[in-house]
Design a protein around this ligand. Sequence first.
Ligand SMILES: Cc1ncc(COP(=O)(O)O)c(C=O)c1O
Length: 358
Amino acid sequence: MIPGPRAHIDLSALEHNFQISRRHTPNARQIVVIKANGYGHGMVQVAQALHDADAFAVARLAEAIYLREAGITKPVLLLEGVLDIEELQLAQRHQIDLVVHCLEQVNLLIQATGSAINVWLKVDTGMHRLGLNPANVSKAFQELTSCEIVNKPVRLMTHLANADDRQDNLSQQQCDTFKKTCVDLTSEHSIANSAGILGWPTSHTEWVRPGIMLYGSSPFVNDTAANWDLHPVMTLSTSLIAVQDYKKGDAIGYGGSWNCPEDMRVGVAAIGYGDGYPRHASNGAPVLINDQRCEVVGRVSMDMICIDLRNSPGASVGDTVVLWGKGLPAEEVANRAGTITYELFCRLTSRVKFTYQN
Ligand SMILES: Cc1ncc(COP(=O)(O)O)c(C=O)c1O
């Protein structure tokens, strides 16, 4: 049987990338970010593979509970926190650590009873998404510290808005604002995401929060993972299901958006936007067939892409087509599709078959 779209997850590459994070921040504890199903790689499999992670971070309560139900016992940090008493009680029951990013959440904790919980107070130092205004941090910190159900110390965190751009001084300013805001508050701190870990040493504090770098992708714009010795974790591939001969001028696929420049062979591979392959990768995205680089031609359709086979003349039905991963950096495909690797990885659908290798 000719296999369809499949994502091969190399867990030894994941571990390797984790060690790169450690090497850059040897004194920090690592909160491994595995929200959105481990950036599409499989949240539980990633959590189980990274034995040395100090904690995991997810965005939603359901993700955190899913980890607990899968038997993950390490600290799990809920990056969006909880918004009502019902959610708080679930977090308490499952021993989930909470980000507190607004005054409503502070008040919720002040009024709550029950089992003790770890809390990270989030400071908005310039991202302007979640977090308390620095002017309100000291009071909220004291209130949380006096809270019956809150373990001490209340920890402090912020998030960098533009750390992927190493020329932008905003990251340095955010670190300065954070340190100034926290100077009189005895606590532990966390600033750095992947870009902070690799590119902004001033963001290195007691805790760091690596995400995309662990999955083998550079966090920086116009950069590749190889520059940081990061190894791709996911290799997405499929098979050729047809090879056709066309004449010069023949139009390929929906809308006929690409015409054969000469008599040539075109391959059809079983993957499309219904599998999560980006439709914006039409006309020009690279693929690998038998280690030869070829290009997507015509529009990406729901289940198929067409490929210019002039670089791989021996290609035949059943051959493997690599969409990204080993030998073909996902950053390149993301650039071509006008997106980022985070989105490529997260968007794969349930039609893609996942396999894991230690
Ligand atoms: C609060 C927070 N910390 C850390 C991360 C990890 O970021 P990255 O994947 O860029 O390392 C994220 C991801 O979006 C985040 O939202």
